[in-house]
Design a protein around this ligand. Structure first.
Ligand code: AKG
Length: 263
């Protein structure tokens, strides 16, 4: 793993390597990390088909938010393939997240961003405005992290997620003139990204939808009031929640906020 601020690729780590202090340090320095062997490819392929079916169902009911041109965000039910605890609470992932967000971290969003064929590049953004709206935002420890699990390979045809490592620590006013990183991410890998890092989904030049499973983890006091106005961000039925072991119930504790409406 490199510690230089100028990267030519994402820092990479294996799933087991997430428990190493070096992984935590690399994430804190760069604001992003690729997990090389997050899940077996056949598991990802099955999740892809489930995600496409859920997306179609959400289009029917209108249960989605637009996050760009031909790009939608949906919440995914935490059951079936998406109930697989390897996605959100494997031991190595928990060790890393405990270190970065505290042991009482929670899930704020469990869903998917799907870009359709022909989608143009997204606007460059961070996932929330700063917590303080001052220079403190670049000094504070991380408060929220997105885990992206691409359900098709991220490349120039499907469109990658362009990111500007280090922008959680230092404002970048001229990002449009800086190339950032355009990571090619194979099936089976996942990406962790600090909410503060500048990024955008690139254009989908393929003939197929491009789903990325997205799980937002945060410190327990943080509620994302910006991104989830249009949809309930966690969809887990009460019976499914009650069947979870206590550590996973703690992760999905926010679900209780949404049982009154769309779960
Ligand atoms: O589509 C992508 O690659 C990223 C999407 C994203 O960052 C967002 O919708 O906030």
């Amino acid at each position: 793993m490199t510690s230089s601020m100028t990267l030519d690729r994402l820092p990479q780590v294996t799933l087991d390597g997430l428990v190493e202090e070096a992984a935590q340090k690399a994430f804190q320095t760069h604001g992003c990390l690729e997990i090389k062997d997050f899940l077996p490819v056949p598991v990802i392929r099955a999740l892809h088909d489930e995600a496409i079916a859920c997306h179609a169902a959400c289009l029917e009911t209108g249960d989605f938010a637009r996050v760009g041109d031909k790009r939608r965000m949906i919440a995914l039910p935490v059951r079936g393939g998406f109930g697989d605890a390897r996605l959100f609470s494997s031991e190595p992932l928990a060790v890393l997240l405990n270190g970065l967000l505290g042991a009482s971290h929670v899930i704020n969003f469990y869903g998917c961003v799907v870009s359709q064929p022909g989608a143009t590049a997204q606007h460059v953004h961070t996932d929330t405005e700063g917590l303080f709206g001052t220079g403190l935002d670049y000094l504070a420890p991380c408060h929220a992290i997105n885990l992206f699990v691409p359900l098709v390979p991220l490349n120039q045809v499907n469109g990658t997620t362009q990111m500007w490592p280090g922008t959680h620590r230092k404002p970048m006013v001229d990002h449009e003139s800086q190339p950032g990183l355009l990571p090619e991410v194979p099936l089976g890998s996942a990406i962790l990204m600090d909410y503060r890092v500048l990024h955008r989904g690139r254009e989908n030049l393929s003939l197929a939808p491009r789903p990325i499973l997205t799980i937002a983890f945060s410190r327990k006091w943080f509620i994302d009031t910006q991104n989830f106005v249009r949809i309930a961000p966690i969809k887990i039925a009460k019976e499914d929640f009650e069947r979870l072991p206590p550590d996973q119930r703690a992760l999905f504790a926010r679900a209780k906020l949404y049982w009154g409406n769309k779960a």
